[in-house]
Design a protein around this ligand. Structure first.
Ligand code: CAA
Length: 385
């Protein structure tokens, strides 16, 4: 399929592919096994200017948007979804600053993010607030020109490794979702520490950690947008980031499909390669067809976001749900085509299948997002706007 990339987008894609093939692919199994955060790969991505892609030029970025970011995420994920997630979660943590940061906040944070020297994280989830995002308990009490944050965030991607955190906390618990605010909190701020590091089924190169706030004081200037805007910032941020999850799922499925095709062409059974068996051919055809449909949806969503559209809640949710469900099926079928070999760690597809699962869960479960899609559909009475 031809997606008519610009010269700049082709360059970004090829730079990401080179980092993925030369620097990530050789170490992905080890990173997975050791649950090691991929700092060497992060430095390689920084040297290839990948962290500059979606940052505006006046803050030392390349001034590209969501589509170019998706191209990079896809290439990285084709080699390792765990490493790609460290990169994609940095974009998630940066979106609130891009959308709601004032000039001073942008000047302070964006050049460092663009250089790749400081990673970011987005801290919403808590033990009692997963799908029900407005059930957060972390609170931020105003004291003069400061806010005092108390509470614990759970399952935070890039937790512990990132330097810059967007933290959603209640500034007025009586107002429900309208009482939440978003704060920029730097690693090292007194009262901000890290708790349990999670051991995971997949995406094991990425760090998932608790953030603990105990009388953590942040200046008023660290509020994003304004007090009370935290839930809207959260929803807008997730609307903007879900195409990236879709891209991660597409890259993962691409890696699995390529492995399955190569294996089917060389694996001999009954005197011929298993690629000559029509049942296997049909599996490969379905994998390729669904993968390309997901890619087209993800790219179209990213381009909608880049067009300056005001509302893309439905598109973002569709791209994320469709691509992650596809990646789960494609990686599972890849294991099936490799048979016993696919179940063993000698081949990458068992890791890909483990890595795929989380994409149906984080950044809005595929069940919650189906609700979101249905509500949007019903709001516009099923008509296309
Ligand atoms: N854009 C702007 N505003 C929005 C919005 C959107 N997309 N969606 C909702 N809002 C507004 C509503 O208009 C409403 O505003 P008012 O109070 O002014 O009327 C307010 O937000 C509350 O909306 P709802 O009543 O719809 O909220 P709800 O409590 O029923 O929850 C929900 C809705 C969709 C289920 C929401 O809780 C949700 O998105 N849940 C999923 C959470 C999620 O995605 N978590 C991912 C964590 S981050 C992560 O996973 C990252 C990682 O590690 C990789």
């Amino acid at each position: 399929m031809e997606y008519f990339l610009t010269e700049q987008q082709k360059l970004i894609k090829s730079l990401a592919r080179r980092v993925a093939e030369e620097r990530i692919l050789p170490v992905r199994a080890e990173l997975d096994e050791e649950e090691e955060f991929p700092w060497a790969a992060i430095k390689d991505m920084a040297n290839a200017d990948l962290f500059r892609i979606f940052i505006p030029e006046q803050y030392e970025g390349l001034g590209e948007g969501c589509f170019a970011l998706c191209l990079a995420v896809e290439e990285l994920s084709r080699a390792c979804a765990g490493v790609a997630l460290c990169y994609a979660a940095d974009a998630l943590g940066t979106i609130p600053i891009l959308l709601y940061g004032n000039e001073q906040q942008k000047q302070k944070y964006l050049p460092a993010i663009a250089s790749g020297t400081k990673l970011t994280a987005f801290a919403l989830t808590e033990s009692g607030a997963g799908s029900d995002a407005s059930a957060i308990r972390t609170n931020a009490a105003r004291q003069g020109e400061e806010y005092v944050i108390n509470g614990t965030k759970q399952f935070i991607t890039n937790g512990g490794e990132a330097e810059i955190y967007t933290v959603i906390a209640l500034t007025d618990p009586t107002k429900g979702s309208r009482g939440a605010s978003a704060f920029l909190v730097d690693k090292g701020t007194p009262g901000f520490t890290f708790g349990k590091k999670e051991k995971k089924m997949g995406i094991r190169a990425s760090a998932t950690r608790e953030l603990v706030f105990h009388n953590c004081r942040v200046p008023r200037e660290n509020v994003l947008g304004r007090e009370g805007l935290g839930f809207v910032i959260t929803m807008k941020t997730l609307d903007g980031s879900r195409a990236g999850v879709g891209a991660l799922a597409v890259g993962l499925a691409q890696g699995a499909l390529e492995t399955a095709v190569a294996y089917a062409r060389q694996r001999q059974q009954f005197g011929h390669p298993i690629s000559a068996i029509q049942a296997v051919q049909h599996m490969l055809a379905d994998m390729a067809m669904n993968l390309e449909a997901a890619r087209a949806l993800v790219y179209a969503t990213a381009k909608t976001i880049d067009s300056g559209a005001k509302n893309f809640t439905e598109e973002g949710a569709m791209a994320k749900v469709f691509a992650s469900d596809m990646a789960m099926r494609v990686t599972t079928d890849a294991v099936q085509i490799l048979g016993g070999a696919g179940y063993m760690k000698d081949y990458p597809v068992e890791k890909m299948m483990r890595d795929a699962k989380i994409n149906q869960i984080y950044e809005g479960t595929n069940q919650v997002l189906r609700n979101v899609i249905a509500l949007e559909l019903l709001r516009r009475k099923g008509l296309r706007e």
